[in-house]
Design a protein around this ligand. Structure first.
Ligand code: NAD
Ligand code: WQD
Length: 338
Protein backbone atom coordinates (compact mmCIF):
# COMPACT_ATOMS: atom_id res chain seq x y z
CA UNK A 1 0.00 0.00 0.00
CA UNK A 2 1.30 3.46 -0.89
CA UNK A 3 0.25 7.09 -0.84
CA UNK A 4 0.46 8.98 -4.14
CA UNK A 5 1.76 12.54 -3.78
CA UNK A 6 1.07 14.84 -6.75
CA UNK A 7 3.29 17.92 -7.01
CA UNK A 8 5.68 16.20 -4.62
CA UNK A 9 8.74 18.08 -5.93
CA UNK A 10 7.27 21.48 -5.04
CA UNK A 11 7.73 23.53 -1.90
CA UNK A 12 5.13 21.94 0.38
CA UNK A 13 5.17 18.58 -1.41
CA UNK A 14 8.89 17.97 -0.88
CA UNK A 15 8.63 18.62 2.86
CA UNK A 16 5.57 16.37 3.05
CA UNK A 17 7.36 13.50 1.27
CA UNK A 18 9.97 13.53 4.05
CA UNK A 19 7.42 13.62 6.88
CA UNK A 20 5.37 10.84 5.27
CA UNK A 21 8.40 8.58 5.01
CA UNK A 22 9.40 9.44 8.58
CA UNK A 23 5.92 8.34 9.65
CA UNK A 24 6.44 4.96 7.96
CA UNK A 25 4.37 5.40 4.79
CA UNK A 26 5.42 4.18 1.34
CA UNK A 27 5.03 6.98 -1.16
CA UNK A 28 4.88 7.38 -4.92
CA UNK A 29 5.53 10.87 -6.27
CA UNK A 30 4.48 12.56 -9.51
CA UNK A 31 5.29 16.02 -10.81
CA UNK A 32 5.53 17.65 -14.24
CA UNK A 33 8.35 19.98 -13.11
CA UNK A 34 6.34 23.02 -14.19
CA UNK A 35 7.40 24.82 -11.01
CA UNK A 36 10.08 22.55 -9.57
CA UNK A 37 13.38 20.94 -10.43
CA UNK A 38 14.89 17.45 -10.39
CA UNK A 39 17.41 18.74 -7.84
CA UNK A 40 14.55 19.16 -5.33
CA UNK A 41 13.61 15.52 -5.82
CA UNK A 42 17.24 14.42 -5.39
CA UNK A 43 17.60 16.31 -2.12
CA UNK A 44 14.22 15.14 -0.85
CA UNK A 45 15.30 11.55 -1.42
CA UNK A 46 18.55 12.21 0.45
CA UNK A 47 16.77 13.79 3.42
CA UNK A 48 14.12 11.07 3.51
CA UNK A 49 16.92 8.50 3.74
CA UNK A 50 14.90 6.20 1.53
CA UNK A 51 14.24 5.93 -2.16
CA UNK A 52 10.73 6.11 -3.57
CA UNK A 53 9.22 5.83 -7.05
CA UNK A 54 8.91 9.05 -9.05
CA UNK A 55 7.11 9.68 -12.34
CA UNK A 56 7.35 12.80 -14.46
CA UNK A 57 3.64 12.97 -15.19
CA UNK A 58 0.99 15.64 -15.61
CA UNK A 59 -2.21 15.25 -13.59
CA UNK A 60 -4.16 16.04 -16.78
CA UNK A 61 -2.68 12.94 -18.44
CA UNK A 62 -5.29 10.29 -17.61
CA UNK A 63 -3.46 7.48 -19.44
CA UNK A 64 -0.21 8.27 -17.63
CA UNK A 65 -2.00 8.30 -14.28
CA UNK A 66 -3.73 4.99 -14.99
CA UNK A 67 -0.37 3.31 -15.58
CA UNK A 68 0.89 4.58 -12.22
CA UNK A 69 -2.22 3.33 -10.42
CA UNK A 70 -1.81 -0.03 -12.18
CA UNK A 71 1.83 -0.30 -11.08
CA UNK A 72 1.24 0.57 -7.41
CA UNK A 73 -1.35 -0.20 -4.81
CA UNK A 74 -2.39 3.41 -4.06
CA UNK A 75 -4.70 3.79 -1.08
CA UNK A 76 -4.88 7.59 -0.92
CA UNK A 77 -3.68 10.67 -2.80
CA UNK A 78 -2.18 13.86 -1.38
CA UNK A 79 -2.89 16.34 -4.14
CA UNK A 80 -0.55 19.36 -4.24
CA UNK A 81 -0.11 19.70 -8.01
CA UNK A 82 -1.41 22.99 -9.32
CA UNK A 83 -0.56 26.54 -10.25
CA UNK A 84 -0.44 29.03 -7.38
CA UNK A 85 0.50 32.55 -8.42
CA UNK A 86 -2.38 34.92 -7.71
CA UNK A 87 -1.21 37.67 -10.11
CA UNK A 88 -0.45 35.25 -12.93
CA UNK A 89 -3.91 33.71 -12.54
CA UNK A 90 -5.46 37.08 -13.43
CA UNK A 91 -3.61 37.19 -16.75
CA UNK A 92 -3.85 33.45 -17.49
CA UNK A 93 -7.21 32.33 -16.09
CA UNK A 94 -7.71 29.48 -18.56
CA UNK A 95 -4.38 27.89 -17.62
CA UNK A 96 -5.41 28.02 -13.96
CA UNK A 97 -8.87 26.52 -14.51
CA UNK A 98 -7.44 23.86 -16.80
CA UNK A 99 -4.62 22.83 -14.48
CA UNK A 100 -6.21 23.25 -11.06
CA UNK A 101 -9.84 22.37 -11.76
CA UNK A 102 -9.59 20.24 -14.94
CA UNK A 103 -6.48 18.47 -13.62
CA UNK A 104 -8.19 17.62 -10.34
CA UNK A 105 -11.29 16.30 -12.13
CA UNK A 106 -9.10 14.07 -14.34
CA UNK A 107 -7.21 12.83 -11.28
CA UNK A 108 -10.48 12.07 -9.43
CA UNK A 109 -11.85 10.19 -12.47
CA UNK A 110 -8.76 7.99 -12.62
CA UNK A 111 -8.89 7.46 -8.86
CA UNK A 112 -12.53 6.41 -9.04
CA UNK A 113 -11.87 4.06 -11.97
CA UNK A 114 -8.95 2.50 -10.08
CA UNK A 115 -10.92 2.14 -6.85
CA UNK A 116 -8.91 4.67 -4.84
CA UNK A 117 -11.34 7.08 -3.20
CA UNK A 118 -9.34 9.01 -0.61
CA UNK A 119 -7.93 12.46 -1.29
CA UNK A 120 -6.14 15.09 0.76
CA UNK A 121 -6.48 18.34 -1.16
CA UNK A 122 -4.38 21.52 -0.91
CA UNK A 123 -6.95 24.24 -0.44
CA UNK A 124 -6.24 27.71 0.84
CA UNK A 125 -7.41 30.28 3.35
CA UNK A 126 -8.15 32.39 0.28
CA UNK A 127 -11.51 30.53 -0.04
CA UNK A 128 -12.76 32.52 2.98
CA UNK A 129 -12.86 35.60 0.72
CA UNK A 130 -12.67 39.21 1.81
CA UNK A 131 -15.58 39.49 4.23
CA UNK A 132 -15.27 36.81 6.91
CA UNK A 133 -13.66 38.11 10.12
CA UNK A 134 -10.65 36.35 11.68
CA UNK A 135 -10.26 33.96 13.38
CA UNK A 136 -11.56 32.07 10.35
CA UNK A 137 -13.32 28.81 11.06
CA UNK A 138 -14.61 26.05 8.83
CA UNK A 139 -18.30 26.74 9.52
CA UNK A 140 -18.07 30.11 7.77
CA UNK A 141 -19.52 30.49 4.31
CA UNK A 142 -16.77 30.43 1.69
CA UNK A 143 -16.60 32.34 -1.59
CA UNK A 144 -16.34 35.97 -2.60
CA UNK A 145 -12.85 35.18 -3.84
CA UNK A 146 -11.32 37.98 -5.90
CA UNK A 147 -8.96 36.19 -8.29
CA UNK A 148 -9.00 33.14 -10.60
CA UNK A 149 -6.45 31.22 -8.48
CA UNK A 150 -8.65 31.50 -5.40
CA UNK A 151 -11.70 30.58 -7.45
CA UNK A 152 -10.02 27.36 -8.61
CA UNK A 153 -9.56 26.35 -4.95
CA UNK A 154 -13.17 27.24 -4.19
CA UNK A 155 -14.37 25.28 -7.23
CA UNK A 156 -12.35 22.17 -6.39
CA UNK A 157 -13.79 22.27 -2.88
CA UNK A 158 -17.28 22.13 -4.45
CA UNK A 159 -16.23 19.29 -6.76
CA UNK A 160 -15.04 17.26 -3.78
CA UNK A 161 -18.21 18.03 -1.77
CA UNK A 162 -20.38 16.81 -4.65
CA UNK A 163 -18.21 13.76 -5.26
CA UNK A 164 -18.40 12.65 -1.63
CA UNK A 165 -22.14 13.29 -1.61
CA UNK A 166 -22.58 11.17 -4.74
CA UNK A 167 -20.64 8.19 -3.43
CA UNK A 168 -20.35 7.49 0.31
CA UNK A 169 -17.14 5.51 -0.22
CA UNK A 170 -15.19 8.69 -0.93
CA UNK A 171 -13.13 10.48 1.68
CA UNK A 172 -11.84 13.99 1.01
CA UNK A 173 -9.94 16.24 3.40
CA UNK A 174 -9.74 19.80 2.14
CA UNK A 175 -6.83 21.37 3.98
CA UNK A 176 -7.02 25.16 4.03
CA UNK A 177 -3.47 26.40 4.41
CA UNK A 178 -2.78 29.81 5.84
CA UNK A 179 0.67 31.32 5.03
CA UNK A 180 3.31 28.59 4.78
CA UNK A 181 6.89 29.80 5.20
CA UNK A 182 10.16 28.35 6.54
CA UNK A 183 12.11 25.40 5.22
CA UNK A 184 13.53 22.04 6.27
CA UNK A 185 15.91 22.51 9.19
CA UNK A 186 18.80 21.07 7.14
CA UNK A 187 18.62 24.08 4.80
CA UNK A 188 18.73 21.66 1.84
CA UNK A 189 15.17 22.18 0.58
CA UNK A 190 12.92 25.21 0.64
CA UNK A 191 10.84 27.58 -1.44
CA UNK A 192 12.44 28.42 -4.79
CA UNK A 193 10.22 30.91 -6.62
CA UNK A 194 10.83 31.77 -10.27
CA UNK A 195 11.80 35.39 -10.83
CA UNK A 196 10.84 38.10 -8.39
CA UNK A 197 8.88 36.60 -5.50
CA UNK A 198 5.25 37.59 -4.94
CA UNK A 199 5.07 36.37 -1.36
CA UNK A 200 6.49 38.07 1.68
CA UNK A 201 9.02 35.60 3.13
CA UNK A 202 10.88 34.77 -0.10
CA UNK A 203 11.06 38.52 -0.79
CA UNK A 204 12.41 39.25 2.70
CA UNK A 205 15.05 36.53 2.48
CA UNK A 206 16.15 37.61 -1.02
CA UNK A 207 16.59 41.17 0.27
CA UNK A 208 18.60 39.85 3.22
CA UNK A 209 20.85 37.81 0.92
CA UNK A 210 21.43 40.85 -1.34
CA UNK A 211 19.57 39.58 -4.40
CA UNK A 212 16.92 42.27 -4.06
CA UNK A 213 17.53 45.77 -2.74
CA UNK A 214 14.60 46.62 -0.55
CA UNK A 215 11.30 45.20 0.62
CA UNK A 216 8.17 47.17 -0.23
CA UNK A 217 5.75 46.89 2.70
CA UNK A 218 2.33 47.07 1.11
CA UNK A 219 0.43 49.48 3.33
CA UNK A 220 0.96 50.74 6.89
CA UNK A 221 -2.52 52.15 7.41
CA UNK A 222 -4.48 48.97 8.09
CA UNK A 223 -6.42 48.64 11.32
CA UNK A 224 -3.77 46.44 12.95
CA UNK A 225 -1.34 46.96 15.85
CA UNK A 226 1.34 48.55 13.62
CA UNK A 227 -0.73 49.34 10.52
CA UNK A 228 0.74 46.53 8.36
CA UNK A 229 -1.14 43.40 7.25
CA UNK A 230 -1.51 40.52 9.70
CA UNK A 231 -1.19 36.88 8.59
CA UNK A 232 -1.11 33.41 10.13
CA UNK A 233 2.39 32.28 9.14
CA UNK A 234 2.87 28.54 9.53
CA UNK A 235 6.11 26.55 9.32
CA UNK A 236 6.11 24.32 6.24
CA UNK A 237 7.26 21.34 8.34
CA UNK A 238 4.29 21.76 10.69
CA UNK A 239 2.10 21.95 7.59
CA UNK A 240 3.70 18.77 6.21
CA UNK A 241 3.00 16.97 9.50
CA UNK A 242 -0.62 18.07 9.22
CA UNK A 243 -0.79 16.05 5.99
CA UNK A 244 0.49 12.94 7.74
CA UNK A 245 -2.36 13.28 10.25
CA UNK A 246 -4.87 14.00 7.47
CA UNK A 247 -3.89 10.80 5.65
CA UNK A 248 -4.51 8.77 8.80
CA UNK A 249 -7.87 10.51 9.15
CA UNK A 250 -8.86 9.84 5.53
CA UNK A 251 -7.92 6.17 5.87
CA UNK A 252 -10.28 5.86 8.84
CA UNK A 253 -13.23 8.05 7.76
CA UNK A 254 -15.41 8.71 4.74
CA UNK A 255 -17.09 11.99 3.79
CA UNK A 256 -15.75 15.46 3.09
CA UNK A 257 -14.13 17.71 5.69
CA UNK A 258 -12.58 21.17 5.36
CA UNK A 259 -9.83 21.70 7.92
CA UNK A 260 -7.71 24.79 8.57
CA UNK A 261 -3.96 24.35 8.89
CA UNK A 262 -2.72 27.44 10.67
CA UNK A 263 -1.24 28.38 14.03
CA UNK A 264 -4.12 30.56 15.20
CA UNK A 265 -1.71 33.50 15.73
CA UNK A 266 -1.48 36.57 13.54
CA UNK A 267 1.79 38.42 13.01
CA UNK A 268 2.17 41.60 11.01
CA UNK A 269 4.49 42.17 8.07
CA UNK A 270 6.75 44.27 10.29
CA UNK A 271 6.64 41.67 13.11
CA UNK A 272 8.02 39.18 10.60
CA UNK A 273 10.68 41.57 9.29
CA UNK A 274 11.86 42.38 12.83
CA UNK A 275 11.89 38.72 13.90
CA UNK A 276 13.88 37.83 10.78
CA UNK A 277 16.47 40.54 11.47
CA UNK A 278 16.79 39.60 15.14
CA UNK A 279 17.01 35.82 14.77
CA UNK A 280 19.41 35.90 11.85
CA UNK A 281 21.46 39.00 12.67
CA UNK A 282 20.86 40.53 9.24
CA UNK A 283 19.31 43.77 7.95
CA UNK A 284 16.19 43.85 5.80
CA UNK A 285 15.91 47.35 4.33
CA UNK A 286 12.31 48.28 3.62
CA UNK A 287 10.10 51.15 2.55
CA UNK A 288 6.40 51.70 3.03
CA UNK A 289 4.51 51.36 -0.27
CA UNK A 290 0.81 51.68 -1.17
CA UNK A 291 -1.54 48.83 -0.32
CA UNK A 292 -1.56 45.89 -2.75
CA UNK A 293 -4.86 45.40 -4.55
CA UNK A 294 -6.89 42.50 -3.22
CA UNK A 295 -5.13 42.32 0.17
CA UNK A 296 -7.10 42.14 3.39
CA UNK A 297 -5.94 43.63 6.68
CA UNK A 298 -6.07 40.55 8.87
CA UNK A 299 -6.20 36.81 8.16
CA UNK A 300 -5.63 34.12 10.76
CA UNK A 301 -7.13 30.76 11.56
CA UNK A 302 -9.15 29.13 14.23
CA UNK A 303 -7.09 25.91 14.31
CA UNK A 304 -9.33 24.03 16.78
CA UNK A 305 -10.93 21.67 14.23
CA UNK A 306 -7.51 20.33 13.20
CA UNK A 307 -6.69 19.72 16.86
CA UNK A 308 -9.99 17.93 17.43
CA UNK A 309 -10.25 15.85 14.26
CA UNK A 310 -6.61 15.25 13.37
CA UNK A 311 -4.90 15.61 16.75
CA UNK A 312 -2.59 18.14 15.07
CA UNK A 313 -1.37 21.53 16.10
CA UNK A 314 1.50 23.69 14.94
CA UNK A 315 4.58 23.39 17.14
CA UNK A 316 7.08 25.75 15.52
CA UNK A 317 7.07 29.51 16.06
CA UNK A 318 7.85 32.62 14.03
CA UNK A 319 11.53 32.52 15.04
CA UNK A 320 11.87 28.93 13.79
CA UNK A 321 10.27 29.96 10.50
CA UNK A 322 12.66 32.92 10.10
CA UNK A 323 15.73 30.91 11.05
CA UNK A 324 14.93 28.03 8.71
CA UNK A 325 13.97 30.29 5.78
CA UNK A 326 17.31 32.04 6.17
CA UNK A 327 19.32 28.83 6.41
CA UNK A 328 17.79 27.72 3.11
CA UNK A 329 18.17 31.10 1.37
CA UNK A 330 21.71 31.87 2.60
CA UNK A 331 22.92 28.35 1.79
CA UNK A 332 21.24 28.38 -1.63
CA UNK A 333 21.21 31.98 -2.87
CA UNK A 334 20.19 30.77 -6.34
CA UNK A 335 17.71 28.22 -5.03
CA UNK A 336 18.13 24.81 -6.67
CA UNK A 337 20.27 26.29 -9.48
CA UNK A 338 23.79 25.59 -8.26
P1 NAD B 1 4.69 24.56 -5.80
O1 NAD B 1 4.46 25.26 -7.09
O2 NAD B 1 6.02 24.66 -5.17
O3 NAD B 1 4.34 23.01 -5.96
C1 NAD B 1 3.38 22.54 -6.87
C2 NAD B 1 4.01 21.42 -7.68
O4 NAD B 1 3.04 20.91 -8.59
C3 NAD B 1 5.20 21.89 -8.51
O5 NAD B 1 6.30 21.02 -8.28
C4 NAD B 1 4.71 21.81 -9.95
O6 NAD B 1 5.76 21.49 -10.85
C5 NAD B 1 3.66 20.72 -9.84
N1 NAD B 1 2.61 20.79 -10.85
C6 NAD B 1 1.90 21.88 -11.26
N2 NAD B 1 1.01 21.55 -12.18
C7 NAD B 1 1.12 20.21 -12.37
C8 NAD B 1 0.46 19.27 -13.20
N3 NAD B 1 -0.50 19.65 -14.04
N4 NAD B 1 0.84 17.98 -13.14
C9 NAD B 1 1.82 17.58 -12.31
N5 NAD B 1 2.48 18.41 -11.50
C10 NAD B 1 2.13 19.73 -11.52
O7 NAD B 1 3.56 25.04 -4.80
P2 NAD B 1 3.42 24.81 -3.22
O8 NAD B 1 3.66 26.10 -2.55
O9 NAD B 1 4.16 23.61 -2.81
O10 NAD B 1 1.86 24.53 -3.15
C11 NAD B 1 1.33 23.22 -3.22
C12 NAD B 1 -0.19 23.31 -3.26
O11 NAD B 1 -0.65 24.02 -2.12
C13 NAD B 1 -0.73 24.06 -4.47
O12 NAD B 1 -1.91 23.41 -4.90
C14 NAD B 1 -1.05 25.43 -3.91
O13 NAD B 1 -2.08 26.07 -4.62
C15 NAD B 1 -1.49 25.09 -2.50
N6 NAD B 1 -1.32 26.19 -1.56
C16 NAD B 1 -0.10 26.79 -1.44
C17 NAD B 1 0.06 27.86 -0.55
C18 NAD B 1 1.37 28.58 -0.45
O14 NAD B 1 1.40 29.70 0.06
N7 NAD B 1 2.49 27.99 -0.86
C19 NAD B 1 -1.02 28.29 0.21
C20 NAD B 1 -2.26 27.64 0.08
C21 NAD B 1 -2.39 26.59 -0.82
C1 WQD C 1 1.52 38.49 3.14
C2 WQD C 1 1.52 39.93 3.63
C3 WQD C 1 1.18 41.55 1.89
C4 WQD C 1 4.91 40.84 -0.28
C5 WQD C 1 -0.96 34.54 -0.59
C6 WQD C 1 -2.12 34.07 -1.42
C7 WQD C 1 -2.89 33.02 -0.70
C8 WQD C 1 -1.97 31.88 -0.24
C9 WQD C 1 -0.75 32.40 0.48
C10 WQD C 1 -1.96 30.19 -1.92
C11 WQD C 1 0.43 40.80 2.99
C12 WQD C 1 2.55 41.71 2.51
C13 WQD C 1 3.87 40.78 0.64
C14 WQD C 1 5.71 42.00 -0.32
C15 WQD C 1 4.43 42.94 1.49
N1 WQD C 1 -1.43 31.18 -1.37
N2 WQD C 1 3.64 41.81 1.51
N3 WQD C 1 5.44 43.00 0.58
O1 WQD C 1 -1.30 37.55 0.19
O2 WQD C 1 -1.48 36.64 2.55
O3 WQD C 1 -1.45 35.08 0.63
O4 WQD C 1 -0.12 33.42 -0.29
O5 WQD C 1 -3.03 29.70 -1.71
O6 WQD C 1 -3.88 32.57 -1.56
O7 WQD C 1 -2.96 35.19 -1.71
O8 WQD C 1 0.62 36.23 1.22
O9 WQD C 1 3.05 36.49 1.36
O10 WQD C 1 1.82 37.55 -0.58
O11 WQD C 1 1.54 38.50 1.71
O12 WQD C 1 4.24 43.87 2.27
O13 WQD C 1 6.63 42.13 -1.13
O14 WQD C 1 2.77 40.53 3.25
O15 WQD C 1 0.63 42.81 1.58
O16 WQD C 1 -0.02 41.69 3.97
P1 WQD C 1 -0.99 36.50 1.15
P2 WQD C 1 1.83 37.15 0.85
Amino acid sequence: MAILITGGCGYIGSHTCIEMIKAGYDIVVIDNYYNSKPEALKRTRELAGKDFPFYECDIRDAEGLKKIFAAHNIEAVIHFAGLKAVGESVSKPLEYFDNNVGGTVTLCEVMRDCGCKRMIFSSSATVYGMKNPSPLNETMEIGGVTNPYGRTKWMVEQVLDDLCYSDPEWSAVKLRYFNPIGAHESGRIGEDPNGIPNNLMPYVSQVAVGKLQQLAVFGDDYDTHDGTGVRDFIHVVDLARGHVKAVAYALAHTGCEAINLGTGHGYSVLDLVKAFEKVNGVKVPYRIAPRREGDIAVCYSDPSKAAKLLGWEAELGLEDMCRDSWRWQSGNPKGYDA
